[in-house]
Design a protein around this ligand. Structure first.
Ligand code: BDR
Ligand code: CA
Length: 314
């Protein structure tokens, strides 16, 4: 397919992710509103073997195994890997019985695959990254010639208002702060969609069950089952949960749902207390500013969200 033909079908993008409960909702909405050119996986919520398997399994349930999936980096650039099984489960995606079958691993590493894909396009496309930024940083470090092929990178990560894994750091930036700092300073246009907005747009188990519970589609059953697992520690069906990664897809597709602030950012890399903290650079710097989402129009976002899921075939 030529690049022009790709654009005729909508806005093409690559997803780099670590599925992961909320990554699955990001993937589901992306299938509805984007032309997903490929999915690359990274270690974060779980090992890269599991995040790869989870991405392949979810695409299967959506009947979209036409979308290429490539396995990427197994560990952060420098720090040892930290995962989050207490949230996402022992497989990284507990709650739904995916068929137990052999998942073959594509033999080209995600970073090499993405580099060759991007360089073969005659128009620039975006990458939406919803896991630690290891693959994206490795891409920019190892293949700087891809930069003109990137219209931008939309990142779920960071926070200007406190963390979720430590008081200072958001999980994705905490897991690979070196990669996050590299990407923030890369000069590629970056949209940072962090906890400042993802904590504003929450959904409840009652809403998910009401919207999707009566669907006969297997993908809807999967999403409801996964959400029940994600919500398992809160018996109240009206307890609010953030779906962090979905907001990165929304920001890539409909940036007008958000209010943005353009600021130069750094990510704390080594300080044992502040590791992973995203911080505005106060002094003069030649770092290109990053667009940080600071507010979201919650009502319009949820109109977009349910419609995107409907368009994904639910
Ligand atoms: C981020 O951390 C992960 O656990 C989620 O998938 C999301 O990408 C939220 O801090
Ligand atoms: Ca994620």
């Amino acid at each position: 397919m030529s690049t022009d033909e790709m654009w005729a079908g909508g806005h093409p993008a690559y997803l780099d992710m670590d599925p992961g409960q909320d990554d699955v909702w990001a993937l589901a909405t992306a299938l509805g509103v984007l032309q997903v050119l490929g999915v690359t996986t990274v270690a974060g919520n779980h090992t890269v073997d599991n995040t790869y398997r989870n991405a392949v399994n979810v695409l299967d349930v959506f009947g979209r195994n036409d979308i290429p999936v490539h396995r990427g980096c197994a560990a952060p650039l420098w720090h040892p890997l930290v995962t989050a099984p207490e949230i996402h489960g022992q497989t990284g995606l507990d709650g739904y019985a995916f068929p137990t079958r052999e998942v073959t691993v594509a033999d080209v590493h995600a970073v090499e695959w993405l580099a060759s894909q991007l360089c073969s396009l005659s128009r620039s496309v975006s990458v939406i990254a919803t896991g630690p930024l290891t693959n994206v940083a490795a891409l920019l470090i190892g293949h700087p010639s891809v930069k003109p092929h990137l219209s931008g990178i939309t990142v779920m990560g960071g926070s200007l208002s406190g963390g979720n894994v430590t008081p200072h750091a958001e999980f994705n930036f905490y897991v690979d702060p070196d990669a996050a700092d590299w990407v923030m300073g890369s000069g590629v246009p970056i949209k940072m969609v962090g906890l400042d907005v993802t904590r504003q747009a929450t959904v409840t188990r009652a809403e998910v069950e009401e919207r999707l519970g009566s669907s006969s589609r297997e993908a809807a059953r999967m999403l409801v089952a996964l959400f029940r697992f994600y919500a398992r520690r809160h018996p109240d069906p009206h307890h609010p949960f953030p779906l962090h990664d979905v907001l990165a897809v929304a920001a890539d597709v409909k940036p007008d749902l958000f209010e943005w602030r353009s600021i130069p950012l750094t990510v704390v890399r080594c300080d044992p207390v502040r590791r992973g903290q995203s911080a505005m650079i106060e002094e003069a710097t030649d770092r290109q500013p990053v667009d940080v989402a600071v507010q979201i129009d919650v009502l319009r976002f949820f109109d977009w969200f349910w419609e995107a899921l409907r368009l994904s075939g639910l």
